[in-house]
Design a protein around this ligand. Structure first.
Ligand code: GLP
Length: 241
């Protein structure tokens, strides 16, 4: 695992955007796995600036890490709508270049299996962007998730629902209880994992991820098992290292 400490979130965004730009030059139809949350936004801003500056991403494909279950199709806080707004539209990608699990399917188990198949059929993820929860979760793989898990339905912990209530008018009752998430095993299939963590509230989770034992209690620690994992942290998130 490679750990890179940057001065601040913007520098982390620039660094990761440059890795994505290198990938796209090398492989124009690369599959980029994107994460939601506040942390990756500087990556998308920096990448959008590169596209405005002439980087050709017209063949780039994008896929989701996770999704809420049960939100109506097109709900502005569904992760599909979020990724369309924050990544696909700013980069000027056609919507057909973007796919994710169907959180409104009648058969959720089937939708999870379909998604793992779709990822494989697309040739696998070339670079997966990850954030990290304060409890060390990646995607929506909460502590104690199997390190070999595949895409499946999960129940959110109370803490994660509280953390995400800010996207739902600060009303926890609006935050779904269930989600579809790529499993940890699914995430580890990506060729390059890039986790960005910024801010002092992530310092404990980062220390456990990088220096702790590989343990299902800290899902992000599974990155230690991956042959090409990069953890980019700002100085505030690095204080526990
Ligand atoms: C959610 C997402 C994760 C994200 C996490 C942290 O749980 N499913 O992918 O990493 O939030 O979000 P933030 O970056 O806003 O702290």
């Amino acid at each position: 695992m490679e750990v890179v400490i940057v001065p601040d979130a913007a520098a982390g965004g620039e660094l990761i955007a440059s890795a994505i730009a290198d990938l796209v030059v090398r492989k124009p139809d690369a599959l980029l796995g994107v994460a939601t949350g506040s942390t990756p936004l500087p990556i998308y801003t920096a990448l959008t600036a590169r596209v405005r500056g002439g980087l050709d991403v017209s063949r780039l494909r994008v896929c989701q890490l996770d999704e809420y279950v049960g939100l109506p199709k097109g709900h502005p806080e569904s992760y599909r709508a979020t990724v369309l707004r924050e990544v696909v539209e700013p980069l000027g990608l056609p919507e057909e270049h973007f796919f994710g699990p169907d959180g409104s399917a009648a058969d959720i188990q089937g939708a999870c299996e379909d998604y793992d198949r779709a990822l494989a059929a697309a040739g696998g993820v070339d670079l997966q962007i990850l954030g990290i929860g304060t409890d060390g979760h990646i995607g929506f793989n909460e502590p104690c998730s199997s390190l070999a898990s595949r895409t499946r339905i999960k129940t959110l912990t109370e803490q994660t629902r509280v953390d995400n209530a800010r996207f739902f008018d600060n009303d926890i009752d609006q935050v779904p209880h269930h989600v579809i998430t790529q499993g940890i095993g699914t995430i580890l299939d990506a060729r390059h994992l890039v986790l960005l963590a910024t801010g002092a509230n992530k310092a404990d989770a980062v220390a456990a991820t990088v220096e702790g034992p590989v343990a299902s209690l800290v899902p992000a620690s599974a990155l230690q098992l991956h042959p090409h994992a990069t953890v980019v942290v700002d100085e505030a998130a690095a204080t526990g290292l």
